[in-house]
Ligand binder design. Structure first.
Ligand code: ADP
Length: 224
């Protein structure tokens, strides 16, 4: 199972990514976590990216792409599945991540779009701030991260819809309910993805994959 997640901050990528990874026994590649780990360990990469994280800005594409390539190579060695959490975040990253995955013969089967509105995710992030003290969970920085999401991340959702691998998820609900829905959808797709026929379609002509799975939903991405 190869899954990537597109979602605004606070929609639950981390929670659902961990759930999917545990359910399928695949690596959870979370770029924000990897970057924060570098910051905590005060590696040279961590020192270089700390200010971007504190300000809620995107770190340079190449930094994340190098990190993700390394993680994808490890994921390939571990069986080939993965959950990508936090990348891609703009069109350049979407293209580059696709090329890396194609080169490794492990392009995504499913792009989950966890959709939640700004008021709800802001409420969640401020609640989390009280518990976790992440440097970017302040009201100002949250507003900036959300604006950035709408500006450069949300437009890439259309691309996954065009590729036929988009699965929209209503992320306004409790985490447990969202998790159950995601696992049910992914479990339902598994036999088809595991079959030779599905692999033979891959990755070029997946245009009708979502329809083949009978995936319907609010499809609320701001495309066009
Ligand atoms: P959130 O989705 O709540 O913003 P993440 O943990 O995914 O949280 O990301 C935290 C921060 O890490 C981002 O604000 C950004 O600075 C950096 N980051 C994570 N992923 C990327 C990426 N793909 N490209 C650039 N910066 C990233």
């Amino acid at each position: 199972m190869r899954v990537l997640m597109i979602a605004p901050p606070g929609a639950g990528k981390g929670t659902q990514g961990a759930l999917i990874a545990a359910h399928f026994g695949i690596p959870h590649i979370a770029t924000g976590e990897l970057l924060r780990d570098h910051v905590t360990r005060r590696t040279s990469l961590g020192l270089a990216v700390q200010e971007y994280l504190d300000r809620g800005e995107l770190v340079p594409d190449q930094v994340v792409l190098d990190m993700v390539r390394e993680a994808m190579v490890a994921a390939k060695a571990a069986g080939g599945g993965y959950v990508l959490d936090g990348i891609p975040r703009n069109m350049e990253q979407a293209r580059a991540a696709y090329l890396i995955a194609r080169e490794l013969e492990m392009t995504a089967d499913v792009a989950l779009h966890l959709d939640a509105d700004d008021a709800e995710v802001t409420r969640r992030l401020l609640a989390r701030a009280a518990l976790e003290h992440r440097s970017d969970d302040t009201a100002d920085v949250i507003a900036g991260r959300l604006a950035l999401y709408h500006q450069v991340t949300a437009p890439i959702i259309c691309w996954y819809r065009d590729r036929g691998i988009l699965v929209p998820v209503d992320a306004m609900r409790p985490a447990q309910q969202i998790g159950r829905e995601i696992l049910t959808a992914l479990d339902g797709m598994r036999p088809l993805l595991d079959s030779q026929a599905a692999r033979a379609w891959h990755p070029g002509d997946l245009a009708t994959l979502a329809e083949a799975f009978g995936v319907t939903g609010p499809a609320a991405a701001p495309c066009g």
